[in-house]
Design a binder for this molecule. Structure first.
Ligand code: MV4
Length: 446
């Protein structure tokens, strides 16, 4: 087993990884920017190395600085968390070349899944259902028109190097397609230095449901059920839960088997998430695979009673997946507490925490790096805490969430807590009747 792991991240996920390392008897190295000097990961890690100024491109994304920090501290492995370098195939390759174990899948698997058009083709070949659309990249406007006429409008153009909703255009009729093709291509080019687009039939108001998978170097791949992530605003998830209140056991098992099939096609190692869109008839379609641990992984941990970060570390060290799937128990819901003002279009609200009280009690888990007098810097994403509740069933989890949110006090900044309290009174949410249009339909956020 590794003796020392460097965590190439910040905030709650850095702390989350440090906690598991401590429980495994592994020493930790925190790397941090200048503004993160007084952060909890820096305080709780065994060692800390400053890797640059606040700007991510000069610190958390700066590969030479991170590798230097690993070299001087003698770290044998790097956990990238989510975001930053987590899905950077070049970084995982450079780690390997430097004799440092990247805790994640191979550069080849990251590359294959990072190219979304290619990933879709790979999945289709092995029999995973995909949304009808182009075979790979669409070359030009004429081809776009031909394919759209074939599959029927509306269609959606997506950036092949994108993912998570960036650089997408919905096209409702043929006279809009030329402009959409150009603007989407330009957007993709400036965001990802790659103008490649692919096309899909546009599925109206889909459910966003993803499967957690875990693979090891012996070729074992397991799935741990789904997370329903349909409660999102502008591609930012706000609430995730497991099991999904929408699908039934038959569809659940089919999606799980499809996810395993897809992961096997790229010899997947480590934790991964296979994302599906599910239409109103419960037809499911692969859209993309995320080759990292995700923000919402605790939802899966709570219903499966396992530590996904621990399993990531074990398989990276060449051991088998420790926790084979068992029947999930109860219901878990995660609420993302962001430093944002839900009454002002979710505008970021950084600054000093003047008073803080976390909820507690049975079935309440808080993953957070904030503390009294902590100053939230404006430079990074606005996630300040995740509250995960567990209940014997969905209604029990909802009642517990209401109770816990009432105990949750954050003063000095605006947070998404009042938004979550409103969702927990919404009749449709309570019935589990929601899809990705839920927030637009029920909350005036503009
Ligand atoms: C789609 C879709 C409908 N049809 N793909 C992909 C990434 C995820 N964050 C949103 N994605 C979608 N992909 C097909 N074929 C609908 C969404 C989608 C969405 C799209 C545009 C604007 C807002 C959206 C909200 C949720 C889901």
């Amino acid at each position: 087993m590794f003796k020392k792991i460097l965590i190439a991240n910040r905030g709650e996920i850095a702390l989350r990884i440090i906690r598991t390392c401590k429980e495994m008897g592994i020493k930790t190295v925190a790397v941090h920017s200048e503004v993160d000097r007084d952060s909890l990961p820096v305080i709780f890690a065994d060692e800390a190395v400053c890797i640059g100024p606040a700007l991510s491109s000069q610190s958390y994304l700066k590969i030479p600085n991170i590798l230097s920090a690993a070299a001087i501290t003698g770290a044998e492995a790097i956990h990238p968390g989510y975001g930053f370098l987590a899905e950077n195939a070049d970084f995982s390759e450079i780690c390997a070349e430097s004799g440092i174990k990247f805790i994640g899948p191979s550069p080849d698997a990251i590359r294959k899944m990072g190219n979304k058009a290619f990933a879709k083709e790979t999945m289709k070949k092995v029999g995973v259902p995909v949304v009808p659309g182009s075979d790979g990249v669409v070359k030009d406007v004429d081809e776009a028109k031909r394919i759209a006429a074939e599959i029927g409008y509306p269609v959606i153009l997506k950036a092949s190097a994108g993912g998570g909703g960036k650089g997408m255009r919905i096209v409702w009729k043929e006279n809009e397609i030329e402009k959409a093709f150009q603007t989407a291509g330009n957007e993709a080019n400036s965001a990802f230095s790659n103008a490649d687009l692919y096309m899909e039939k546009y599925i109206e108001n889909p459910h966003h449901i993803e499967i957690q998978v875990m693979g090891d170097s012996f070729g074992n791949i397991y799935h741990y059920g789904e997370r329903d992530c349909s409660i999102q605003r502008r591609h930012q998830k706000l609430i995730e839960e497991s099991p999904s209140p929408f699908i039934n056991n038959e569809v659940r098992e089919k999606m799980g088997q499809a996810a395993i099939l897809g992961a096997k096609s790229v010899n997947y190692e480590g934790a991964g998430t296979v994302e599906f869109l599910v239409d109103k008839h419960m037809n499911f379609y692969f859209i993309e695979m995320n080759t990292r641990i995700q923000v919402e992984h605790p939802v899966t941990e709570m219903v499966n009673n396992l530590d996904l970060i621990k399993n990531q570390i074990l398989v990276a060290a060449g051991l088998e997946v420790a926790n084979k799937p068992t029947t999930p128990r109860g219901h878990a819901i995660e609420f993302r507490i962001n430093a944002e003002d839900p009454d002002a279009n979710f505008r970021p609200s950084p600054g000093a925490i003047e008073f803080l009280h976390f909820p507690g009690g049975f079935g309440v888990r808080i993953d957070s790096h904030i503390y009294n007098d902590y100053v939230i810097p404006p430079n990074y994403d606005s996630l300040i805490a995740k509250m995960i509740v567990w209940g014997t069933d969905r209604l029990h989890a909802i009642k517990r969430a209401r109770r816990a949110l009432d105990e949750f006090k954050v003063e000095g900044i605006k947070t998404t807590i009042p938004f979550h309290q409103k969702v927990l009174q919404n009749e449709k949410f309570l019935k589990g009747e929601f899809d990705t249009s839920f927030i637009d339909q029920h909350f005036k956020t503009n």
